[in-house]
Ligand binder design. Structure first.
Ligand SMILES: [Zn+2]
Length: 180
């Protein structure tokens, strides 16, 4: 069932596409057509405009992806990077969080790696206030099944984002704790 805390990962695969209220991210904060679930999109637009007002330029680099788009991504990666790389770094169809419309890859206004950008540091401190969490942090690889991705954020809503961030958790841990 669709929810803001729904878990899509290597162990929780979507069997079919979700029915999502998708809307486009403001072109002020994206360089191409990027769609996100409506509340997630509104939260991102707000976060990006607040950041911009303080001198940080957040750009949406990837949002919702259909099964077909993920298939294409895999195909292109195999062609460009080879099968081994693709197996390791590109999510299979049905297990990418980008299928939910609640995941967003963010880049900064400059070309240096995101990890050393001012925007990354700003997000680290502020993303939770807008309902986002850093989804694949360093040190949680065994739990998330993904390498550290400083650019990948997940909308979970403000209350949950605050709880997860303050307790240094990831979504998997939050769900496990809440179900006990
Ligand atoms: Zn991503």
């Amino acid at each position: 069932m669709y929810s803001y805390t729904m878990l899509v990962n290597k162990k929780n695969k979507l069997k079919k596409e979700l029915d999502i209220d998708l809307v486009m991210v403001s072109k002020r904060y994206s360089l191409k057509d990027i769609y996100l679930e409506r509340k997630c999109r509104n939260a991102f637009n707000l976060m990006a405009s607040k950041a911009y007002g303080r001198g940080y330029y957040l750009i949406a680099n990837s949002g919702y992806r259909s099964f077909k788009e993920q298939e294409l991504e895999i195909k292109e990666s195999i062609e460009n990077e080879g099968e081994e790389y693709t197996d390791k770094y590109v999510a299979k169809v049905g297990v990418s969080e980008h299928h939910t419309g609640l995941a967003i890859d963010i880049k900064s206004g400059d070309t240096s790696p995101f990890i050393i950008s001012r925007e990354y540091l700003w997000l680290k401190k502020n993303a939770f206030k807008y309902g986002f969490v850093l989804r694949y942090p360093e040190g949680k690889e065994d739990i998330t099944g993904y390498n550290f991705e400083p650019w990948h954020y997940r909308y979970v809503g403000k209350k949950v984002a605050k709880f997860i961030t303050k307790n240094n958790m990831v979504l998997e841990e939050y769900i496990e704790k809440m179900e006990v």
